[in-house]
Ligand binder design. Structure first.
Ligand code: NAP
Length: 285
């Protein structure tokens, strides 16, 4: 069984750990690190994984190391673990989950030849329905790419993408769960405004969202067909859809995804600047 290490047990790190364990991976083969030992203890008690605060110690004998810290911390973290990774008897593959950070920027701070994979995940991996877009660096072997794909497949879908597409990928899958949650939140408030209790409104909205999600994923029909199927002529749904269209919902998504992709691009550009002035404090996915 491979030794797996998750550096950074935050939202994505925890989602990954939970998904891997749900898929049957032995929790004792997973080591998680955080700077704050309370968080490590919490993850150990919840999932039965090993926890450390020392990243160098954690990557000793690791087969796959997932980098799940904020983008602004990734290059320093790579510099911190690089020698320890190099000293491992068997090659260790590093898998970065960070938005924006290019493979070239990461390869620059580690020992030459270290295999690095860049992944854009999303939080539905917590429930085994994650979307992981993956671009492999030049030193990654076919076997390493296959192992990373197999592990990420345990927590959702994996699609190989060109690294140049990563900013668009971030806008479409990395950040999009938040767009759907915002729509759900707005609908619940709208239901309360129509006189429903919040509890009933939440039940109606979350069940409809989950059902629509499964139809999108499993019916084999495209979104436009599914929408047309619930739009009877002069019916209630088209009355609502017309309001959404007149309110500019499509334009809002074009602008939102452009802003997201631009932000991802900016994180990538910041990674080319000197490390100490790299990122804004709030930089994330
Ligand atoms: N959240 C999303 O939906 C999403 C989607 C796609 C991609 N991503 C990417 O996933 C990565 C993680 O994001 P997140 O939302 O999970 O962030 P997060 O919740 O802030 O988690 C980061 C974790 O890393 C730990 N950490 C920070 N520096 C560390 C270090 N030097 N050594 C060990 N642990 C360290 C932090 O804990 P301590 O402070 O205790 O160390 C924290 O638990 C980011 O690069 C982001 O771009 C996130």
């Amino acid at each position: 069984m491979s030794n797996l290490v998750v550096l950074g047990g935050g939202k994505i790190g925890e989602a990954l750990i939970a998904g891997l364990i749900n898929s049957g991976i032995d929790p004792q083969s997973i080591t998680v690190t955080n700077r704050n030992s309370d968080r490590g203890q919490q993850l150990r008690e919840t999932y039965g994984v090993k926890d450390l605060t020392d990243n160098e110690q954690a990557v000793e004998s690791a087969d796959v190391v997932f980098l799940c810290v904020k983008p602004k911390g990734v290059l320093d973290l790579l510099a911190e673990i690089s020698e320890a990774v190099e000293n491992n008897d068997d090659p260790t593959v590093l898998v970065s989950m960070a938005a924006g950070l290019s493979l070239a920027a990461m390869e620059d701070v580690v020992v030459a030849g270290t295999p690095i994979i860049r992944v854009m995940p999303n939080t539905p991996m917590l429930v085994g329905r994650g979307m992981n877009a993956m671009a492999t660096g030049r030193f990654v072997t076919k076997e390493q790419a296959e192992e990373a794909t197999a592990l990420l497949s345990a927590v959702g879908e994996v699609v190989p993408v060109a690294e140049s597409d990563m900013d668009a990928v971030t806008a479409l899958s990395g950040s999009s769960p938040a767009y759907f949650f915002l729509v759900a939140e707005a609908l619940v408030d709208a239901g309360v405004s129509l006189g429903l209790t919040r509890q009933v409104a939440e039940k109606l909205v979350t069940t409809s969202a989950a059902g629509a999600g499964i139809m999108l994923a499993e019916s084999g029909s495209d979104p436009a067909t599914l929408r047309a199927n619930v739009s009877s002529p002069a019916g209630t749904t088209v009355a609502a859809l017309r309001e959404l269209e007149e309110s500019g919902i499509r334009g809002a998504f074009y602008r939102a995804t452009e802003a997201c992709a631009k932000r991802s691009m900016k994180l990538g550009e910041a990674s080319k600047a000197p490390r100490e002035s790299n990122f804004d404090e709030d930089s994330d996915s």
